[in-house]
Design a protein around this ligand. Structure first.
Ligand code: KG4
Ligand code: ZN
Length: 334
């Protein structure tokens, strides 16, 4: 049995990444080139700069991934790429590169949804059992997804305003922490003593939706008021209070969804899945409720192409290929 190698490309936001994945589970190479240095002085991703950086990097990253994997282009079975959602100019660079490779090497093309990629990052290390519920938390998304069977997604709840990661980054900015601020808040929260008391947005009692903009405003106004009194707040207590509020709502709603949908597993996905507070709290609550919890390894939480390769392998097995004229879709739905 010959191994099946997929070359996968991810350029939906500010990471240029190329991976070679064997049989959907073995990562032969996963090169991630972050553009943080380009964007950090602007406090967020500048779309036009992101596109240009992807153009500069994509060719050598493809070459480096192939070289590192030891897999020859002639051994590849398919080319996969993130179709959306994401920044259109950024997505286009990956999509055009993937089409060129597929055309030149006469290989099938597989278009992958970015969130399916985050979800199936878990497939690289875990055995999935359906039906399951996935809590997807990233810089652009906060969703509870019911997955009845492989590739069969239903969004049962989502954020009505900011994504969880976006709220982390905005609060971090108010605390004058570097961009992206999620990991810095996480660390501060772990080390802090007392937590600032902040509200939780539960919304309607039966809703699986989220809202983080009120919490963000509460943090900003608490910071301002304290500054005006000349008694600035301790950043650690702000970080700890903010994280406690975000984590509590995410964990409660995820567990309620698992129960209501009779899910066999709870699967964590997305950049914020790297959050230690969230991982710890979910582990405790899932153990209590006897719910198997799957989390991706830390290095596969934030954007990377290996997760796109993992999701593409499932589509390959189902024969779901795309033609050379498929389009990048910035608002692609799951
Ligand atoms: O999935 P991702 O790489 O990009 C999107 O698809 O959006 O997620 C990036 C987001 C950023 O907002 C970043 O601050 C957040 O994930 N993040 C974290 C942590 N690590 C990354 N947020 C909280 N705690 C962390 N440890
Ligand atoms: Zn992402």
């Amino acid at each position: 049995n010959k191994p099946l190698y997929i070359l996968a490309i991810e350029t939906s936001c500010d990471e240029t990444s190329v991976a070679i994945v064997e049989n959907g589970t073995i990562i032969k190479a996963n090169i991630v080139s972050s553009q943080i240095e380009t964007h950090e002085r602007f406090g967020g991703v500048v779309p036009e700069l992101a596109s240009r950086k992807h153009v500069e990097s994509i060719t050598w990253i493809i070459e480096e991934a192939l070289e590192k994997s030891g897999v020859a282009p002639s051994e590849l079975s398919a080319i996969a790429v993130t179709q959306g959602p994401g920044l259109i100019g950024a997505l286009l660079v990956g999509v055009v590169a993937a089409k060129a490779l597929a055309y030149a090497l006469e290989l099938p093309l597989i278009a992958v949804h970015h969130i399916a990629g985050h979800i199936y990052a878990n497939q690289l290390v875990h055995e999935l059992q359906y039906p399951l519920v996935s809590l997807v938390v990233s810089g652009g998304h906060t969703e509870l997804v019911y997955i009845e069977s492989e590739g069969n997604f239903k969004i049962i709840g989502q954020t009505r305003d900011d994504a969880a990661g976006e709220a982390y980054d905005k609060v971090a900015r108010a605390l004058k922490l570097p961009y992206p601020g999620g990991p810095y808040i996480d660390r501060l929260a772990q080390e802090a003593g007392e937590a600032l008391a902040l509200p939780r947005a539960w919304l309607e009692s039966d809703s699986y939706d989220f809202s983080f903009s009120g919490l963000k405003s509460a943090v900003l106004s608490a910071l301002n008021q304290a500054n005006m009194k000349g008694q600035p707040l301790d950043p650690g207590s702000v970080a700890k209070g903010f994280q406690a509020s975000v984590v509590e709502v995410l964990v409660e709603k995820a567990l309620r969804a698992v129960k209501a949908y009779g899910a066999k597993q709870l699967l964590l996905a997305g950049g914020v899945a790297a959050n230690q507070g969230l991982r710890q709290q979910l582990a405790v609550r899932c153990a209590e409720a006897n719910v198997p919890l799957l989390t991706p390894p830390l290095g596969l939480c934030t954007d990377n192409a290996a997760m796109i390769g993992a999701a593409a392998y499932l589509k390959f097995q189902r024969g779901q290929f795309s033609s050379l004229d498929f389009k990048a879709e910035p608002l692609l739905s799951l």
